[in-house]
Design a protein around this ligand. Structure first.
Ligand code: F6P
Length: 535
């Protein structure tokens, strides 16, 4: 049992008096509280972690056996104990040919075969070798999936817009018919390929959307619907039941978790959009981060450090959320993607062996791209009573050289926000501003207090050269491993998701009541709501 927790808490008690800004009196701070690879600078110097706290955090990672747990994952051990599964999304991006044995079988060959099949299919669609039923080229691809079968591909496809060379990709996820209607509106079924993506192929939202999309296709192309379909799933029987031709089905194994699945067949829309070559670059990025995670010493290991800063903020400072703030419009879906990755993985309340946790686990993850967020919720970040550590992401270069002024403004704003959060503004400074504005008497004090910023609010910045497929692959793998490190320290299973089950079961029971059956055994609130919602 580690005594690092109590020592970290002691450190924090004494840290209450130290402002983040004052830590920069140490002119070497940036050398110790940042880490660099050839692509990334992870700057966590604008937190109130000092030398002692950092050393304790690293010891905490050692004491909780993060390294051994990491190796168990990469080796294919069944670390997802409640589902008795290995966790091997990392194998999807490995170019390694060393056998990787799961349940007595080497899984490497199968991964490469599926990847090659995806590539042939994408190339054939992109080049027009595979055509729609009427002989036209596919101009649009619609991915139907939800959760991990939607968020990853939707996020990455948008992030890599400058690399699009294939058909336009669209995503339908919500069971709300509005999503299907608005996405299909304006699309021509005669030129549309629909990918039905579901690991289980039982998810009610995806199955419902798939059936409606099939009707839409049938109305447009008649009996040739199968020519307009492809599927991604671990269940080849269920895809066959839906009439999807086996050559158009891309399977994967149960050791790829839904929220970690965009590296394999679930990434088909990404590959459709950016082409196989760029998709391989994306995988190479993931692999580069895996190698870094496995080999860099903890003190220079990006996922480990990002995880440890997360632990400091969650368990020691007791901040209940983290804000993901990409200064990149194309990373607009990153916060939503990380919500699933982080909250579905680490939103747990018992340890791996079923004991109630004695400390907090995963925080609430939220965010929006900058600079839009600045004009929405940054007020609270700067002056609210809650502190939410801010995590900024910013590229040195954009993809719009003709709009350099925009990117310069983006960078200046990103840097200004982390600086403002740290520096704040004192009452005396605010007073001077209010005086300059012409206030005096009792109004002077009132006006000055509104302009005070407490400062010393923590942030992390991840800076990188440009959002390429290779860099995006690294960013996603970085966050995956950060979640792993935090989960390993908390001793929870980051790879199951039992918390989503109860709502699904109750929805199934409620469906007949929504359709008019008597509300049997329901509480007064639910009964009244059912009545109000009856049509
Ligand atoms: O409800 C949660 C969940 O199981 C996620 O973990 C998963 O990504 C999502 O549903 C979709 O599941 P499937 O790919 O099986 O349709």
């Amino acid at each position: 049992m580690t005594n690092c927790w109590s020592k970290l808490k002691e450190n924090f008690s004494s840290a209450k008096d130290r402002s983040i800004n004052s830590l920069f009196d140490d002119t070497t701070r940036m050398d110790h509280f940042s880490a660099e690879t050839d692509q990334f600078l992870l700057d966590f110097s604008k937190t109130n972690i000092d030398h002692e706290a950092l050393a304790l955090l690293i010891r905490l990672a050692e004491d909780t056996e993060v390294a051994a747990k990491r190796e168990a994952m990469f080796a294919g051990q069944k670390i997802n104990k409640t589902e008795d599964r290995a966790v091997l999304h990392t194998a999807l991006r490995a170019s390694n040919t060393v056998p990787l044995i799961v349940d007595g079988k080497d899984v490497r060959h199968g991964i490469e075969v599926t990847l090659s099949r995806m590539e042939s299919f994408c190339r054939a669609v992109q080049s027009g070798t595979i055509l729609a039923s009427g002989g036209e080229r596919f101009t649009d691809v619609v991915n139907i999936g939800i959760g991990g079968s939607d968020l990853g591909p939707a996020m990455a496809t948008r992030a890599l817009a400058p690399y699009h060379i294939g058909p336009r990709c669209h995503f339908i996820s919500n069971v709300d018919g509005a999503d299907l209607t608005d996405t299909l509106c304006g699309l021509d079924p005669r030129r549309t390929l629909v990918i039905i993506a579901s690991k289980t192929f039982t998810t009610i939202e995806t199955m419902t959307n798939a059936k409606s999309a099939l009707r839409w296709l049938k109305a447009g192309v008649g009996e040739a619907v199968a020519d307009h379909l492809a599927a991604v799933s671990t269940s080849l029987e269920r895809t066959a039941e839906m009439g999807i031709h086996p050559t158009r089905v891309f399977g994967f194994a149960d050791w790829v978790g839904g929220r970690y699945s965009l590296w394999g067949p679930v990434g088909l829309p990404i590959m459709m959009a950016i082409g196989p070559k760029n998709f391989r670059e994306f995988l190479a990025g993931g692999l580069a981060m895996d190698t870094h995670f496995q080999t860099a010493p903890f003190a220079r290991n990006l996922p480990v450090l990002l995880g440890l800063v997360g632990i400091w903020h969650r368990n020691i400072c007791q901040y209940s959320s983290r804000a993901i703030l990409p200064y990149d419009e194309r990373l607009g879906r990153l916060p939503a993607y990380l919500q699933q990755l982080d909250m579905e993985s680490n939103g747990k309340r018992v340890t791996l062996d079923g004991k109630e946790l004695s400390h907090a686990s995963g925080p609430v993850v939220w965010g929006e791209p900058g600079t839009n967020g600045q004009h929405a919720f940054f007020q609270l970040l700067h002056q609210g009573t809650e502190v939410a550590p801010a995590e900024f992401l910013i590229a040195a270069k954009g993809h719009e050289p003709a709009l350099q002024e925009h990117h310069d403004l983006l960078k200046a704003n990103c840097l200004a926000q982390s600086e403002a959060l740290m520096l704040g503004r004192t009452y005396d400074q605010a007073l001077a501003i209010a005086r300059n504005l012409g206030y005096d008497g009792s109004e002077l004090h009132t006006q000055a207090t509104q302009r005070v910023f407490p400062g010393s609010r923590p942030s992390i910045t991840l800076a990188f050269p440009k959002l390429t497929p290779f860099v995006l692959g690294q960013i996603i793998a970085l966050y995956e491993h950060r979640v792993f490190v935090e989960g390993a320290i908390w001793n929870i299973n980051s790879f199951d998701q039992w918390g989503v089950e109860l709502g699904k079961e109750l929805a199934n029971m409620l469906l007949p009541m929504v359709k008019g059956a008597a509300p049997n055994g329901k509480d007064a609130s639910t009964c009244r709501l059912l009545k109000k919602l009856a049509v």
